[in-house]
Design a protein around this ligand. Structure first.
Ligand code: PA5
Length: 439
């Protein structure tokens, strides 16, 4: 089970840290927040019980994993970040060289024409499966990619009906209609699960299964944390405790939340969380319709790399951040560091140690230095980086974000700013086409 250590928050002095009684005042709001949340049309914590959906995904992948050399995921935002995080966290870092079975998997979560061109140097169009992920079925970037690759596959003599699979709303949207018309297989995004909360649906599970991720274990871990998320007891409800800390510190001017994993494979997790927190809590109006311009600014950092980059700022710059360390207790087999020459007494600290120990000690050292400088920080620790623990982490942060919405008084599940930008893009493109027609 993951653990959260809040103790450094109590060591930080003055108004920069927290006192137990401050937390207690928020903790008593848990039952009401839970009730409020349950009245919302949200299913992200329920879909993890959908064993029929999992069986369908596994069968689909079983039948195709050997058939394709490459899998390309087309999608953006919540439709891509979860898969990206699964890929980085649970498959070899240097995957393109690692000898492992199954197709190569590429996630195109941008529309840079360089990507559109250069991916063609890597994939074999006739032996590639395209997973098109868009909940709305109308996102301009994803539709553009879909049309582009569909035309290329057809031109290369491939079979569009077989080489594409669509993950979208069960009823609505252009892609749902197109898939049904063209005989393209589909998987649903449950209507009551928003993009950034959808990693544990087909949105993340389908690409994950192609990568070789054990999706049963991922969901098992998620269910363990879900039970905590639904507990009205603040000693058990990790998500609520985390949200309470974020909320209280935001009121003390710590409106920047840094998530700093000490694991190379977790930096995409921090990117996934960056979207979750930004889009969920960054809102112009609260639920009563009053202008609030609420939001916490998420920053992703990486230990130890960013100790030599952002850490100086965190240690001595404006005291406006909560730093959340994310540690993995067991980083796998020990990798020893050869001892420096015995005459080099100034390098004695590197004797009889390992990269595992160095990573751990550097994390402790950074936490200690932040605490001494009155920088509020907490540590979330998982035993290992595997499916079970990643599932727990997804629900921990999704649950905390849901509670943060309740505590802040904003709707954590809409994204009017994102929708507006999509609309404006379409309007500008249409206006340009009008102008082109007239010339
Ligand atoms: O979290 C969200 O709702 C958004 O970030 C969406 O995931 C993103 O805009 C992509 O939307 P769609 O899945 O409809 O293509």
């Amino acid at each position: 089970m993951l653990q959260i250590d809040f103790s450094n928050l109590f060591k930080v002095s003055g108004d920069h840290g927290l006192a137990e009684k401050e937390l207690d005042r928020v903790f008593i709001r848990l039952p009401a927040c839970l009730e409020q949340f349950k009245n919302r049309a949200q299913d992200f914590f329920r879909v993890i019980d959908d064993t029929a959906a999992v069986a369908e995904i596994k069968q689909f992948v079983r039948e195709r994993r050997e058939r394709y050399r490459d899998v390309v995921v087309l999608g953006i935002g919540g439709s891509a970040l979860g898969a990206s995080c699964l890929q980085q966290s649970l498959t070899p870092l240097y995957g393109h060289k690692a000898r492992r079975p199954g197709p190569g998997l590429y996630i195109l979560d941008n529309i840079d024409p360089v990507m559109m061109r250069e991916i063609l140097d890597v994939i074999n169009l006739k032996r590639t499966l395209f997973i098109v992920v868009t909940k709305s079925g109308g996102t301009p970037e994803t539709l553009a990619q879909y049309f582009y690759f569909q035309a290329l596959v057809a031109k290369a003599g491939g079979r569009v009906g077989q080489q594409f699979v669509v993950v979208t709303d069960p009823q609505e949207g252009f892609l749902r209609r197109a898939a049904e018309r063209d005989g393209i297989p589909t998987f649903p995004v449950p209507p009551r699960v928003g993009g950034r909360f959808s990693v544990l649906t087909a949105v993340g599970l389908l690409p994950g299964a192609f990568m070789g991720v054990n999706i049963d274990k991922l969901l098992r871990g998620a269910r363990v944390m879900r039970d905590r998320f639904l507990s009205p007891d603040p000693r058990i409800n990790d998500s609520f405790r985390l949200a309470a800390v974020q909320h209280l510190l935001a009121q003390k001017g710590k409106s920047i939340n840094v998530l700093m994993p000490y694991a190379q494979k977790l930096i995409r997790f921090a990117d996934w969380y960056r979207q979750l927190l930004s889009e969920s809590i960054g809102k112009a109006v609260d639920e009563r319709g009053e202008t609030v311009h609420a939001g916490l600014t998420p920053v992703s950092a990486l230990g130890v790399t960013d100790q030599h980059s952002q850490s100086q700022l965190y240690n001595e710059g404006p005291n406006d951040k909560l730093i959340m360390f994310l540690n993995v207790k067991n980083l796998g087999p020990r990798v020893n560091i050869p001892s420096p020459p015995s005459g080099e007494s100034t390098l004695a600290f590197l004797r009889r140690t390992s990269f595992n120990e160095l990573m751990d000690v550097e994390c402790q050292g950074t936490q200690r230095s932040y605490t001494e400088n009155d920088r509020p920080n907490l540590a979330i620790t998982v035993d290992r980086l595997d499916e079970d623990h990643l599932g727990q982490l997804f629900i921990l942060f999704q649950g905390a974000t849901a509670f943060l919405g309740e505590l802040t008084g904003v709707d954590a599940f809409n994204q009017p700013g994102v929708e507006r930008a999509k609309q404006v893009t379409k309007e500008i493109l249409l206006a340009r086409q009008g102008a082109k027609k007239r010339t």
